[in-house]
Write a protein that binds this ligand. Structure first.
Ligand code: SF4
Ligand code: SF4
Length: 463
C-alpha cells in the first residue's frame, strides 16, 4: 500500500506545499490543488500501487516515491534508515586542538570553559605547553592521522591553537607552526595541514600578526557582537570591558593584510541589533564569520525566548551577508548538506570522531569543553599504543549523531541537524549526559530547515 513515509514532513508555503523526507532530503513542491488531490487519493481505497494514482497527480506521485516521501512497502523506511546508519563515520582523526595554555587573560561572564568561575579556574593548570611536550604532541597527532588511514592527497588536517588564550604561549605556537611547515615536505599525511588560532586578540601585536601571516596561521578572533553594549560580558580579569581594544586589533589585522575571521558569541544584546555587523564588515574587511549560540546551564540561565531569537538572528544575517558574498559557517554547513541531499551527521569535529584535544601537560581528550575537569581526557601523548580509532570513548562520541537517537526520528531537521553540542546537552540539567539533546540547538536546526525549504522555493519560482 502506498502511504506517506514516517520521515515525510509538510511545509506550508505561499500557494504551495513542500513535502520533504528528512533523510532523503529532496523537497518536492506541490501546488495546493495537487496536494489536496494527493491527500484525497491517499485517504481512499485505491492506493495500493503508484499506477492507481489518477493522471492528474501521477507525475507528482512518481516524484514523491522517487524521493521516498511516499513508501510502497512496510520496510522502506527501515531500509533508508539502515542505509544512512551504515554511512555514520567511525573515528578518524584529522583535527587537533592544541591547548597551549589553560590560562586566559579574560574572564567572560558566560565562559563555558569556566574562566569566570574561581573554582573552575583554579582547576586550570598554570603550566603552559613546553617545546618538549609540543614535539611529542606533533608526533602523536601524526600517528593518529596515520592510524585513521585517510587519503593523504585529499585530507586536510587542521591544527587549532586554542586555550585559555593561546597567545599567552606565543613562543611555543610559533615553534609548532614552524615545525609543521618544515615537516610538510617529509610527512605526506600533514602536507595539506591548515593552521589556525582562536584568540581574544588582545595579545596580538603588529610583529605577531606579520609572523603569523608568514607562517600561514589564520587568525580567528572571538567577539560577542558589534558594539560596546553587546560585548559587556567580555571583560578582563579586573572586570574592564575590552571591545575597543579588539577593534584596534581588527584594524591592525586589516592594515597588515592578515584577514582575521570572527567567531561571534551571540549574547542577548548582540541579537538585538542586526545592522552593526554590516558596518563591521565594511570597516574592517572581515570576510568570514562563525556564529555561536550561547550555552545555558543551571548557573547561567538564558530566557526561553533566547534560542529562537538567536536562530532568527543567524538566518537574517545569513541573508544579508550572502548579498555581499560572505557565508556564515554554521548555516553553510547545513546548506551544503541540504543542497547535496547528504545527511549531515555531526555539527562538531568531536562528535564526528575526528578531533583530539591536547592539554598543556600532554593529556589527550575529545572536547575542549571538558578542560576544567578533564572529563573524556582518556590518554596522554606518551602512550605510543593509543589508537583513537579503536578507543571506546572516541567511538561513543562518534555515535552521538541524531540519526542514532530515537527521539530525533520524527524531527524534520534530522538530516541537516548534526545534533549540536553534547557538552551543552550535559550541562543543561542536573543528571543529563552527553547523550541528551542540546535543546538550544534543536530550535536553530528546525528553523534553518524551514528557511532552506522556503528559500529554495523562492529561487525556483523566481526562475
Ligand atoms: S562537544 Fe561542544 S564544546 Fe565540544 S567541540 Fe563539540 S561543540 Fe565544541
Ligand atoms: S537534535 Fe533536535 S533538531 Fe536535531 S534532529 Fe534531534 S530533535 Fe531534531
Amino acid at each position: 500500500m502506498v502511504k506517506l513515509s514516517r520521515y515525510a514532513h509538510t511545509f506550508e508555503l505561499d500557494g504551495a506545499v513542500a513535502l520533504y523526507h528528512s533523510l532523503r532530503m529532496k523537497p518536492v513542491y506541490l501546488n495546493r490543488e495537487s496536494y489536496e488531490n494527493l491527500q484525497a487519493w491517499l485517504a481512499g481505497s485505491f492506493c495500493n500501487t503508484l499506477e492507481e494514482a489518477s493522471d492528474a497527480i501521477k507525475k507528482e506521485v512518481n516524484e514523491l516515491a522517487k524521493f521516498k516521501i511516499l513508501t510502497r512497502t512496510d520496510d522502506e523506511d527501515e531500509k533508508v534508515l539502515k542505509f544512512v546508519k551504515s554511512k555514520i563515520p567511525k573515528p578518524m582523526i584529522n583535527v587537533c586542538y592544541m591547548i597551549l595554555s589553560e590560562q586566559c587573560n579574560l574572564a567572560c561572564k558566560y565562559c563555558f570553559l569556566g574562566n569566570n568561575d574561581s573554582e573552575k579556574r583554579s582547576n586550570f593548570t598554570l603550566e603552559s605547553m613546553s617545546k618538549e611536550t609540543a614535539d611529542k604532541v606533533i608526533d602523536f597527532f601524526i600517528r593518529q592521522i596515520k592510524l585513521s588511514d585517510l587519503d593523504d592527497e585529499d585530507n586536510k588536517p587542521v591544527i587549532i591553537f586554542y586555550g585559555g588564550e593561546p597567545l599567552v604561549n606565543y613562543e611555543v605556537l610559533v615553534y609548532i607552526a614552524e615545525k609543521i611547515n618544515a615537516l610538510r615536505r617529509t610527512e605526506k599525511c600533514i602536507k595539506n595541514t591548515e593552521l589556525s588560532m582562536v584568540t581574544n586578540g588582545l595579545l596580538l601585536t603588529d610583529e605577531r600578526i606579520i609572523r603569523l601571516k608568514e607562517l600561514g596561521v589564520s587568525i580567528g578572533i572571538s567577539i560577542d557582537g558589534f558594539n560596546e553594549e553587546a560585548n559587556k560580558m567580555r571583560v578582563d580579569l579586573a572586570g574592564n570591558p575590552v571591545y575597543s581594544r579588539i577593534l584596534k586589533t581588527l584594524d591592525r589585522c586589516k592594515e597588515l593584510g592578515a584577514n582575521a575571521s570572527l567567531s561571534v558569541t551571540l549574547s542577548e544584546e548582540t541579537i538585538k541589533n542586526k545592522s552593526d555587523i554590516l558596518q563591521l564588515v565594511d570597516n574592517y574587511g572581515v570576510h568570514s564569520f562563525g556564529f555561536n549560540i550561547m550555552m545555558s546551564s543551571e548557573e547561567f540561565v538564558l530566557p526561553q525566548t533566547y534560542n529562537e531569537a538567536a536562530a532568527q538572528f543567524i538566518l537574517d544575517e545569513f541573508v544579508e551577508l550572502r548579498k555581499r558574498g560572505i557565508y556564515e559557517d554554521r548555516i553553510m554547513r547545513k546548506l551544503k548538506a541540504f543542497s547535496k541531499a547528504q545527511v549531515y551527521f555531526s555539527d562538531c569535529a568531536a562528535t564526528a570522531g575526528g578531533q583530539i584535544v591536547i592539554a598543556p601537560n600532554g593529556q589527550v581528550g575529545i572536547c575542549h569543553g571538558c578542560l576544567h575537569d578533564k572529563k573524556y581526557f582518556v590518554a596522554d601523548i606518551w602512550n605510543d599504543d593509543f589508537d583513537a580509532t579503536k578507543d571506546k570513548n572516541f567511538i561513543e562520541w562518534s555515535q552521538l549523531t541524531p540519526i542514532n537517537k530515537e527521539e530525533c526520528q520524527d524531527c524534520p531537521a534530522l538530516g541537516i541537524c548534526g545534533g549540536g553540542c553534547p557538552i551543552n546537552a550535559m550541562n543543561l540539567k542536573n543528571g543529563n549526559t552527553i547523550h541528551d539533546l542540546d535543546e538550544r540547538f534543536c530550535v536553530h536546526s528546525k528553523m534553518t530547515l524551514e528557511f532552506l525549504i522556503k528559500d529554495l522555493y523562492r529561487i525556483i519560482t523566481e526562475g
